[in-house]
Design a protein around this ligand. Structure first.
Ligand code: GTP
Ligand code: MG
Length: 195
């Protein structure tokens, strides 16, 4: 994918009305701090357009990035961050669910999990929820640079089993540091945007 132009076009908080976009949308979901915003930056060839932080809970809105006037990357707030008050968690949860449920242009949900860990109960719930809504989630196993090459297969298996992934479901190991996996993700998006 050639990135010519990117623009943060719409930012939605809990009380905002979601945009009625006419371009295909690709959403990035996953627990707080897993690397959603970092992945989006890598896919946009931008260092810091999507704000990232070592502190979980950085992204608190749904952010729509217009890519080349062709499609959107949708950066979602993370779930499962303990320090966020329960009332906020419920609001964000509803906002995310509402988006995934209502968007007419959503082509694919990329569900990010940390390659170092077994998926959490929240990850599993999110996976099931995406499936329930009629999507085949594509799993991105993030922070690939943090494990040894010899551990990759074992971790991939742990994630596949933990989420209860179907055989044909796609899992792509990815690192925002080395950009490993980026080409595969671009190729998928290109294919789905066209189809
Ligand atoms: P929220 O917005 O809080 O939900 O988090 P997020 O999922 O958007 O995570 P973000 O991209 O802000 O990254 C969280 C932290 O992990 C940051 O300190 C990133 O630099 C780091 N990080 C993200 N991806 C990678 C990766 O592939 N490798 C390494 N080593 N660090 C990463
Ligand atoms: Mg973020």
């Amino acid at each position: 994918m050639v990135i010519r132009n990117v623009e943060l076009e719409t930012v939605c908080g809990v009380t905002s009305t979601l945009p009625e976009n006419t371009l295909p949308e690709f959403a990035f979901a996953g627990k707080s701090n897993v690397g959603k915003s970092s992945l989006i930056n890598a896919l946009m060839n931008r260092k810091a357009l999507a704000r990232t932080s070592s502190q979980p809970g950085k992204t608190q809105t749904i952010n729509f990035y217009n890519i080349n006037g062709d499609l959107y990357y949708v950066d979602l707030p993370g779930y499962g961050y303990a320090k966020v008050p329960q009332s906020e968690k419920v609001k964000w949860g509803r906002m995310i669910e509402n988006y995934l449920h209502k968007s007419q242009m959503l082509k694919c949900v990329f569900l990010l999990v940390d390659i170092r860990h077994e998926p959490s109960a929240n990850d599993k719930t999110m996976y099931d929820w995406v499936v329930y809504n009629g999507f085949r989630p594509v799993i991105i196993a993030t922070k690939l640079d943090k494990i040894k090459r010899s551990q990759i297969q074992k971790q991939v298996k742990l994630i596949r089993t933990g989420l209860g992934m179907e055989k044909q479901d796609i899992l792509i190991p990815f690192s925002a540091e080395t950009k490993q996996g980026r080409e595969d993700i671009w190729n998928l998006i290109d294919k789905m945007a066209a189809g």
